[in-house]
Design a protein. Structure first.
Length: 266
């Protein structure tokens, strides 16, 4: 999740909207702090430096919306297939999960439909993701569905960009078991056995911003608030908190870019 947040923020790069290059490559560095998993008391804080590639093709794309393939683009709606990657969380760093298996790297992919409202700054996004754990092989975890309402604003000459969104995330039984189930062999006096069920994971509100401070340098930040009080597994002993806050800041440096402009297709 940490890597996904940093990359998504770094790729939210404002620029001269009329002359965006077909591709940009560079390095992004940032620091972020998030809950170790939804509802965790423990936090994961990391500072990362990662290469990035922004590609604005008609089908293949990597930008602030993620990495994937756009299958349909009209004035009213887009349909794409996206991919993302979340970093692992170690149980030794979380008292609530002590003695339980680590949470591995999660690879997510699946379709997303975006509907543009009468004011094009507003969009409704409906992503459905298959979640796969990458640890000693590939293991399917389950599915998530994360509908949200997003507002995207651009500043004068597109030197800044702000996005606010409000949505919910639900998961099937497999995803909820991955985070919240306590098998009998891992039960303790303080952590009774628990069988997780499918349903709501969280309600989410977020705000992100990016500023171009130099033709090849941009800064970014994000703030995200998750509420778990009405989650399907709010009574799990692994659900330690009723809300969680994620935040981060960073910068991205473009080292090379295409001399060919991208075809405009917002």
């Amino acid at each position: 999740m940490m890597r996904r947040l940093l990359l998504a923020s770094a790729l939210a790069a404002p620029g001269a909207h009329a002359a965006l290059p077909l591709w940009e490559a560079g390095v992004a560095a940032g620091t972020a702090s998030t809950p170790a998993y939804p509802g965790a008391e423990a936090r994961a804080s990391r500072t990362l430096a990662l290469p990035f590639l922004i590609y604005r093709g008609e089908v293949l794309r990597s930008d602030q919306g993620g990495v994937g393939a756009r299958l349909l683009h009209t004035e009213q709606a887009d349909v794409d297939v996206g991919f993302s990657l979340s970093l692992p969380s170690h149980s030794r760093d979380d008292a609530a999960r002590a003695g339980m298996p680590d949470l591995g790297t999660l690879f997510e992919f699946g379709p997303r439909v975006k509907f543009k409202l009468a004011d094009p700054r507003w969009q409704i996004e409906l992503p459905l993701r298959s979640v796969i754990e990458v640890r000693g092989g590939l293991h399917r975890v389950g599915w998530t569905f994360e509908p949200k309402l997003a507002l995207r604003l651009r500043g004068e000459e597109d030197h800044s960009q702000v996005e606010a969104h409000l949505g919910v995330m639900a998961g099937d039984q497999g995803v909820n078991r991955y985070f919240y189930e306590v098998a009998p062999q891992y039960a303790t006096a303080a952590r009774p056995a628990y069988q997780a069920r499918a349903g709501l994971l969280l309600v989410r509100a977020g705000l992100s911003a990016a500023w171009r401070v130099h033709p090849s340098v941009r800064t970014f930040s994000f703030l995200r608030y998750d509420a778990y009080a009405h989650a399907a597994n709010a009574d799990s002993p692994l659900m330690q908190r009723r809300s969680g806050l994620s935040l981060g800041v960073g910068a991205a440096w473009t080292l090379a870019q295409s001399g060919v402009p991208a075809r405009q297709s917002d």
